[in-house]
Write a protein of this length. Structure first.
Length: 106
């Protein structure tokens, strides 16, 4: 992977069936998604923040599914981030990509 290879280029490679790009894209997304998930889960019991984005709501729903008791931990944040990134990459891999990267970017 080139150091400056952007996410769109990686996504295109994933769509073409490049297994290495699949792993690289998931790794890159997870680095950022961890921070996003940590912020979205900062409220007690995964309570949605006023005006939460669709991504924020997905993070909260995923966390509730993984830990119904609503206890935020570093492990849960990593699980949520990994789960969401895996979903994105799998959808790219199987071709279900309509608007997905744009949704993740907003």
């Amino acid at each position: 992977m080139q150091p400056c290879e952007n996410l769109e280029t990686l996504a295109e490679r994933v769509q073409q069936g490049d297994a290495l790009a699949k792993k690289q894209l998931q790794d890159r997304l997870e680095r950022h998604m961890g921070r996003i998930a940590r912020r979205a889960l900062a409220r007690p019991g995964f309570a949605p923040a006023p005006g939460a984005s669709s991504l924020g709501r997905k993070i909260q729903l995923t966390a509730q599914r993984l830990d119904p008791e609503g206890k935020t931990s570093p492990h849960l944040v990593r699980q949520v981030a990994s789960n969401l990134c895996q979903t994105v990459v799998t959808r790219l891999w199987t071709g279900a990509t309509e608007g997905l990267l744009h949704t993740m970017a907003t």
